[in-house]
Design a protein around this ligand. Sequence first.
Ligand code: TYD
Length: 206
Amino acid sequence: MAGVFITIEGADGAGKSTQIEKLKHYLSCKGYDIILCREPGGTVISEEIRKVILNKEFTEMGDMTELLLYTSARAQLVEQVIRPALKDGKIVICDRFVDSSAVYQGIARGMGIDLVYEVNRYAIGKTMPDITILLDIPGSAGIQRKKKQGELDRMELETASFHDKVSEGYRILAEKFPERIKKLDGTQPIEVIFDQIKEIVKNIIQ
Ligand code: TYD
């Protein structure tokens, strides 16, 4: 049996980590073999690339460099972790994937989503999520949450208008791919959101 590829997306501070932990626990208890990963990261090489991308000292980083670094980290993760796991019939849950690049680099940075998917085609091939859960929150809400949690990285230090574009960009993407991207109201209580995620995931793994 081929595996199932689930991605979770949302603006910074949307509450993805909490929901991913809950989903992992829920599916593991049901006996499924789960692989968790995050982007950028998830392999030794990708985690090194992550350090470069998010280093807040690197304010001079160009948009194309940024896009290619995210894409390189992803290429390694797909080849080393995601593709083999799916081949083994596992459920892969990834915290962010190519849609993050479409929104952050394609829409918020203005590079265009077609260009982003085109570049990513070389990195991921046909490995696309079966289902993507989007936690939709207002742009500034997540950053306020993140500020309380500690120091902000290079992306989180972007302007309020950048973060507004990210939140809006996710809504645009959800409208473009309604079959794959399921948009949930990320401002609801944690348990309410999780019940909705369970329903979506049950439908896809059955
Ligand atoms: P991270 O600390 O993992 O953020 P979060 O906990 O919100 O997921 O940092 C990843 C940052 O990189 C986040 O600001 C989103 C951004 N990003 C992109 O701009 N493009 C991408 O392709 C990916 C995967 C992430």
